[in-house]
Design a protein around this ligand. Structure first.
Ligand code: SF4
Length: 300
């Protein structure tokens, strides 16, 4: 599995660089060693992920996107984090389980998939038995998701844009929808129906997140229509209104402002109108800072 890093094509950037021997860096600037910014119990995910005790988040540094509004830009773009080995990551998984985490939540994991798979194998041998959540930006190669088959229980991908012009403008990426939609197909193939335990925690399934951006109501409506037409009630949709104009959003006046609550309500109503039942929505006025953790290398 680690050999995938020798000519890295883990994501659609297809950089083809040798990360196995740390010879070159690709777009995401990731080396062979894992880079982690924070490990903690997180209470701000969907209720079926966070539960009462929290989701065992592992925030990976670096990213294969370059979103101008990224709330985690300190780690995604500046690469703040600590280099750790595969063995240390397997210990981290066990420590999260011992702290009472309902699951292991891999946040922005795409560029470290081979190392994560090796760490899951090691930690399972050490007694890891809670679900593994793959929490990604959606910009994935389908082959990389296929490699995760049997290791991931819950997929939590974003589906950010349908229109490529917005993906290019705000996340500096082309063909986002084309790749993300194929990756999500593979995720649903592996986890075709949501399965909950008696406490209401998701044991297996797919939740597709969509962060609504100012001015993109039309694109957002197209996305929820696409998801529902394709997957019906077999997936959950999580509509996020927590957009905050951070990082380089100041350079884009049309998104350098909070989301209009009426637009979010309109999207929620549209979901109801077209028949969507399996959805998570966020309350107006949710404390924004709660969603931005301090990346202080805690737990790493
Ligand atoms: S994971 Fe990083 S190095 Fe590999 S293809 Fe994607 S951006 Fe390039």
């Amino acid at each position: 599995m680690l050999s995938m890093l020798e000519n890295c094509k883990l994501c659609p950037r297809n950089c083809n660089v040798d990360r196995l021997n740390n010879k070159q860096l690709g777009f995401c600037k990731s080396k062979f060693e894992l880079n982690i910014a924070r490990v903690s119990l997180h209470s701000w995910e969907e209720p079926c992920i966070s539960g009462t005790r929290g989701s065992g988040t592992v925030f990976f540094s670096n990213c294969n996107l370059n979103c101008v509004f990224c709330q985690n830009h300190e780690i995604s773009q500046d690469g703040i984090g600590k280099e750790v080995s595969i063995e240390r990551l397997s210990e981290i998984f066990i420590e999260e389980q011992q702290r009472g985490a309902h699951n292991i939540n891999l946040v922005t994991p795409t560029h470290f998939v081979p190392q994560i798979i090796e760490a899951i194998k090691l930690s399972r041998n050490m007694g890891l038995n809670i679900p593994i959540v793959y929490n990604s930006n959606g910009y994935e190669n389908q082959e990389t998701i296929q490699a995760l088959n049997g290791y991931i229980d819950v997929y939590l991908p974003d589906l950010k844009y349908m229109n490529d012009k917005y993906a290019q403008k705000y996340s500096k990426v082309s063909s986002y929808f084309e790749f993300a939609s194929k990756a999500i197909d593979e995720m649903v193939k592996q986890a075709p129906k949501p399965i909950f335990n008696k406490e209401g925690l998701l044991l297996s399934g797919v939740i597709i997140r969509h962060l609504m951006l100012p001015g993109l109501l039309f694109d957002s409506k197209k996305i929820v229509e696409y998801i529902y037409n394709k997957y019906g009630d077999n997936v959950y949709i999580s509509l996020m209104n927590q957009y905050t104009p951070l990082f380089n959003a100041t350079e884009y006046p049309e998104i350098n402002k909070p989301l209009n609550p009426k637009h979010y309500d309109s999207l929620v109503n549209h979901c109801i109108d077209i028949g969507i039942k399996n959805a998570f929505i966020q309350e107006e006025g949710t404390v924004k800072e709660s969603f931005v953790p301090h990346f202080d290398l805690r737990g790493v």
